[in-house]
Ligand binder design. Structure first.
Ligand code: GLP
Length: 262
């Protein structure tokens, strides 16, 4: 696990975007991205959009798979992850909407929709690089505490804490769906590389648990400690509870080839 501590959120985004652009340049124009919703990856998407609009990155033939979707919200709902991915990923990154996939939270058979989503990821050749945020309770995707570390895409029940965290996107708590479809921890772990971004003091506990805590379903993101190619990009506040922060800074300072200066 590599931990990169950046001065601010904007540099977090630029560092993550550089990692992603490097993967695309290595894997080719039809690379497969795993994309996350939430506030955390917004600066990453903005930095990627900058690379695209200045002609340094072309994602028009790339594929993307979103991590999750609320059950019951149609693609037209402004807070459905279909809409969020359209606004923050497809449009600014000039991606082909036909190559960007989001689980179908309105399917009549949700279990079947989850199975088909797994097949679609496999048919695309698997995810080359997965972008992740982390919930305040340590979830990744919508894999809430107690998720099996081997789980695949499935229906999950959101915790009250996650619903309260996401309430800001809805008119009231009652409007926040109770269920979602989410890629499983096993699905996420199949990605060839993962980059998790987190900023702000409210993420410090979750980041410490993911990076330095025991690997436990109680903090689902901690499973990334088993991933052979995981990069955690955080700002100073999100890094504030990391016991080994000085070591991570030293590793970066003496790294022969730094991706982006924090
Ligand atoms: C949501 C998403 C996650 C995201 C997390 C953190 O619940 N399903 O993919 O990482 O919340 O969100 P934010 O980045 O807004 O803090």
């Amino acid at each position: 696990m590599e931990v990169v501590i950046c001065d601010d959120n904007e540099r977090v985004g630029r560092t993550a975007a550089t990692l992603i652009a490097e993967v695309v340049s290595r894997r080719g124009p039809a690379s497969v991205l795993g994309v996350a919703t939430g506030s955390s990856p917004l600066t990453t998407y903005a930095a990627l959009a900058d690379l695209v609009t200045t002609g340094r990155l072309d994602l028009s033939r790339a594929h993307a798979f979103a991590l999750d979707e609320y059950v019951g919200l149609g693609a037209g709902h402004p807070q459905s992850y279909h809409s969020v991915i359209r606004r923050h990923v497809i449009e600014p990154l000039r991606m082909d909407p036909g190559r960007v996939h989001v689980p179908d939270g309105t399917a009549s058979d949700l279990d079947q929709a989850c199975l088909e989503y797994e097949h679609a990821i496999a048919d695309a050749g698997g995810v080359d690089i997965q972008i992740l945020g982390v919930g305040t309770n340590g979830h990744i995707g919508f894999n809430e505490p107690s998720s099996s570390l081997a789980s695949r895409t499935r229906v999950k029940t959101l915790t009250q804490r996650t619903r309260e965290d996401n309430r800001r996107f809805f008119d009231s708590l009652d409007d926040v769906p109770t269920h979602c479809l989410t890629q499983g921890l096993g699905t996420i772990m199949d990605a060839r590389a993962v980059v998790l971004v987190a900023t702000g003091a409210h993420k410090a506990d979750a980041v410490a648990a993911v990076v330095e805590g025991p690997v436990t379903a109680r903090r689902p993101g901690s499973v990334l400690q088993f991933h052979p190619n995981a990069t955690i990009v955080v700002d100073e506040e999100a890094a504030s509870r990391l016991e080994l922060a000085d070591y991570y800074r030293h590793v970066w300072a003496v790294k022969p080839r730094q991706t982006v200066a924090p």
